[in-house]
Design a protein around this ligand. Structure first.
Ligand code: NI
Length: 182
């Protein structure tokens, strides 16, 4: 039976705190919660279930959004219609990034931010992320474009940073000549 996650709002203190490194083996509770994040994010991107369970569509979650200050992120990325890739990273670190900077043209959203915030968030166009899987094996991914943005957004959560803090108040929107908009 699917049970919707209780995702905390930006007003909660833990959304602004730095999460702690995780040690292995993972607890049973953490593994269960990772599974629930995958289910929640997947269902939220399938219109039928989004409606049925009254979900807000989202592709990523970080544990502090659930009130747990552990460095764990989950991204569910729709590669093709109805086909999803799951990324579970424990203690993720960006080990290299492109010089090129991009931004999501429509702005970013966050399941913990329940208000409209306009503006472009500058992000690296490509990042290489290293971390561990649920069993403690070292993993690495090279992400680009919207997936790269998702990784940067979720890793920011582990450092208590929300996307709108990265919007330049004096220059909320960029043109394509300044930053490539995707
Ligand atoms: Ni978020």
């Amino acid at each position: 039976m699917f049970k919707k996650l209780n995702i905390l709002d930006e007003r909660e203190k833990c959304l602004h705190e730095v999460s702690k490194e995780v040690t292995f083996p993972l607890s049973k509770e953490d593994k269960t919660l990772i599974g629930r994040c995958i289910d929640h994010l997947t269902y939220s991107q399938i219109p039928k279930y989004e409606k049925k369970y009254d979900l807000r569509p989202g592709m990523g979650l970080a544990f502090p959004q659930l009130g747990i200050l552990k460095r764990i992120i989950v991204i569910v990325y729709e590669v093709d219609e109805g086909v999803f890739d799951n990324y579970v990273f424990i203690n993720p670190k960006i080990i290299s990034n492109s010089e090129e900077v991009i931004a999501a043209e429509a702005g970013e959203g966050c399941l913990s931010v329940n208000r409209e915030i306009e503006g472009h968030v500058p992000r690296y166009a490509r990042v290489t992320v290293e971390g561990y899987d649920e069993d403690g094996n070292k993993i690495r991914v090279r992400a680009r474009e919207d997936l790269a943005i998702a990784f940067q957004h979720e890793i920011d959560h582990l450092n208590g940073i929300l996307f709108f803090e990265k919007i330049d108040k004096n220059h909320r929107f960029y043109s394509n000549d300044e930053i490539r908009l995707i």
